[in-house]
Design a protein around this ligand. Structure first.
Ligand SMILES: Nc1ncnc2c1ncn2[C@@H]1O[C@H](COP(=O)(O)OP(=O)(O)OP(=O)(O)O)[C@@H](O)[C@H]1O
Ligand SMILES: [Mg+2]
Length: 227
């Protein structure tokens, strides 16, 4: 079975003055192609820390992160950033759209910043908007979009590059139930179409249950959650 992402013996802790705050203890996790994993756990249990480490945004104190079999710790910063951009689509809890730009521009600018030419970026951005049924909102700025619509744009912005894995940190944390489920439906649909893996942190058990496997973070340990 091909592993997309593997976390091996990850330890993460912080010092608050003299107090050691242990966040992740010797944590292991393996995500195979097209599998969908939910991480649940109370506030402060380390979900964001885990996702940030998995997406190479943060380095652990010790342990290794393998993306497509490559050990990120062994790579130069530029190689790490390439590995990340090529394989990981990251979705934040808070919408991370640029407020001065409309929906179409928000996607289009991401493509431009990643080296695509103007005409391709414009065309592709429109195509991506269609995937989440928001082509009729192309000219709306984020302030004129619902929270759910904003997150659906954040989703397509994360997947323009056909990443191997989508990592989403409470992508529906600020949404009501109806919008949450719409966003999750889109995420699942897109993952299924592209055989993309999904690693998602959530507080919502109904959402967690839509994944293939649920893990719970508790006291720095990650255990499979079974009812
Ligand atoms: N830079 C830091 N310095 C010190 N402590 C930190 C730092 N970053 C995170 N922590 C602590 O690590 C713990 C885990 O934080 P994390 O953000 O990963 O939790 P979380 O499960 O995502 O919580 P939430 O559900 O509220 O988003 C918390 O107790 C937090 O206070
Ligand atoms: Mg968090």
């Amino acid at each position: 079975m091909s592993e997309i992402l593997t976390l091996k013996n990850i330890n993460q802790y912080f010092f608050q003055g003299k107090n050691k705050v242990e966040v992740l203890k010797n944590l292991n996790l393996s995500i195979s192609k097209a599998s969908k994993i939910a991480i649940i756990g109370s506030s402060g249990s380390g979900k964001s820390s885990l996702l940030n480490i998995a997406s190479l945004l943060q380095s652990p104190i010790s342990g290794d992160v393998f993306i497509m079999g490559k050990n990120a710790a062994r790579l130069k910063d530029s190689e790490k950033s390439f590995l990340r951009k090529k394989n990981i689509g990251y979705i934040h809890q808070q919408n991370s759209l640029l407020m001065e730009f409309n929906a179409h521009e928000n996607i289009y600018l991401t493509l431009l910043l990643n080296g695509f030419n103007t005409s391709y970026a414009k065309e592709k951005a429109l195509e991506l908007l269609k995937i989440v049924n928001l082509d009729n909102r192309a000219l709306h700025k984020p302030s004129a979009l619902s929270g759910g619509e904003q997150q659906r744009i954040a989703i397509v912005r994360a997947i323009y590059n056909s990443p191997e894995i989508i990592i989403a940190d409470e992508p529906t944390g600020n949404l009501d139930k109806v919008n949450s489920y719409k966003v999750i439906d889109e995420l699942i649909k897109i993952s299924n179409i592209n055989s993309t893996s999904l690693l998602l942190a959530t507080h919502d058990m109904a959402i967690a249950k839509q994944m293939d496997k649920i893990y719970q973070l508790n006291d720095g340990l990650l255990l499979e959650y079974k009812e």
